[in-house]
Write a protein that binds this ligand. Structure first.
Ligand SMILES: *Cc1c(COP(=O)(O)O)cnc(C)c1O
Length: 402
């Protein structure tokens, strides 16, 4: 039985919603579907929401809003997808990488050691859907707030670096009952095809800024900033008599089209009632199956009140080194079961190596990476397929382990 690693949910509800966008609204780019998607995401997070065309562009938009650029530093974990760092590098800022803890997320103590007067933003990652430890990370930002050298009014009003959550994996997750979206100043979800909720390509920004910021007022400004700094969207200009507009600031063009939003809209409406519990079923089945295996190190899904959105199942193989892990993956792949590795620590990637990052500086990240295998988790994966993955993994591991 072939089991692909990932498959987006394209069911009758998605088809109906996309058809509605195509046939009934007469509108393709940002319009009513985007606004409905923003409202549905906002109902989960309890925040104002702005949809954009990717996580990466959403993070760039927020760093741009904060005025981050050359001479500034942005702190990211070494154990993540490269976009967490590229959003800052694209604005000319310097990336500072820190190591992670055993929960795969940014180590608060390592963050504390990395903060300098030039630190303008910190981007923790909710790896696999488990929220990073924002209480401990925020405490580090407050403890070092006096260091900040602000270069504009917004940075001065914030009075410390911005906490920007990379929540690409964690829509619907929470910490002690507080949903992701309200654990950091700014939270960005990815709606890319492999994520829990998808619009094909897309992202969503949630605002939860401290005093003196007004989230709704900032959202209105960001809406323009995401549309080339234009005061009216094409949808608004399309209303009779509403042709006049202005370009009020130097923005980006990163808005989400309505046809894309329709895909995610059909999914998010049943996300908490159906899709998230279905992920729990899959992850619980893996946990039960691997619980008796002495070589299986199970991923953290509930840690001190932090509840994962079960985006990825990050299995680790005790006793395996990198070469053995790779051989195990070859055996699993030979059975047509798709698995993956999350993540190659960023310093192992050419771009970052060439910029002087050294993998030896991130021992925990390397330790997590070298024996990690990510198993499929997505809506539509059947119990029989989960059992097939378990059988393929177990057979492969047990053939390799001494
Ligand atoms: C997918 C992902 C991103 C990038 O998302 P895009 O929407 O493709 O820009 C960023 N960070 C992490 C951790 C991701 O997994």
């Amino acid at each position: 039985m072939a089991v692909p690693f990932s498959r987006p949910l394209i069911d009758d509800d998605v088809v109906a919603e996309v058809n509605d966008a195509l046939l009934n609204t007469g509108w393709l780019t940002s319009g009513p579907k985007v606004r409905q998607l923003e409202a549905e995401i906002g109902a989960i997070t309890g925040t104002p929401v702005l949809c954009v065309n990717s996580w990466t562009s959403g993070a760039m938009l927020m760093l741009r809003w904060l005025g981050v650029g050359p001479g500034d530093e942005v702190i990211v974990p070494a154990y993540t997808y490269a976009a967490s760092a590229l959003c800052a590098m694209n604005l000319g800022a310097d990336v500072v990488m820190v190591d992670v803890g055993e929960d795969f997320c940014m180590d608060p103590a390592a963050l504390g050691r990395a903060i300098t007067p030039r630190t303008k933003a910190v981007i923790p990652v909710d790896v696999g859907g488990l929220p990073a430890d924002y209480d401990a990370l925020s405490a580090e930002l407050r403890a070092h707030a006096g260091m900040l050298r602000p270069s504009n009014a917004r940075q001065a009003a914030l009075g410390r670096p911005l906490m920007l959550a990379d929540a690409a994996h964690s829509i619907g997750a929470s910490a002690r009952g507080v949903p992701v979206g309200r654990l950091a100043d700014v939270t960005v979800f990815s709606l890319h095809s492999v994520k829990n909720v998808t619009t094909g390509e897309g992202g969503a920004i949630c605002l939860h800024l401290p005093q003196p910021f007004d989230d709704e007022a900032e959202l209105a400004g960001l809406r323009a900033l995401a549309l080339n700094g234009q005061t009216k969207s094409a949808f608004e200009k399309n209303q009779p008599g509403a042709w006049r507009y202005d370009i009020v600031e130097f923005g980006l063009k990163v808005n989400l089209p309505d046809v894309n939003a329709a895909i995610g809209l059909a999914q998010i409406r049943k996300y908490q009632a159906e899709l998230l519990p279905d992920r729990l079923r899959i992850v619980d089945r893996y946990r039960a199956a691997f619980a008796g295996k002495p070589w299986a190190i199970l991923p953290p899904t509930s840690v001190d009140g932090r509840e994962s959105s079960r985006h990825l199942f990050l299995l680790r193989i005790a006793g395996a080194d990198e070469a053995m892990r790779d051989r195990i993956i070859e055996r699993i792949s030979a059975r047509e079961v798709g698995v993956n590795v999350h993540y190659l620590p960023m310093p192992m990637l050419t771009l970052f190596r060439e910029r002087g990052f050294r993998v030896a500086d991130y021992p925990v990240a390397v330790d997590l990476y070298r024996n990690e295998i990510t198993l499929p988790v997505y809506n539509g994966l059947t119990d029989a397929q989960v059992d097939e993955v378990v059988a393929a993994v177990s057979e492969a591991v047990e053939a390799e382990l001494p």
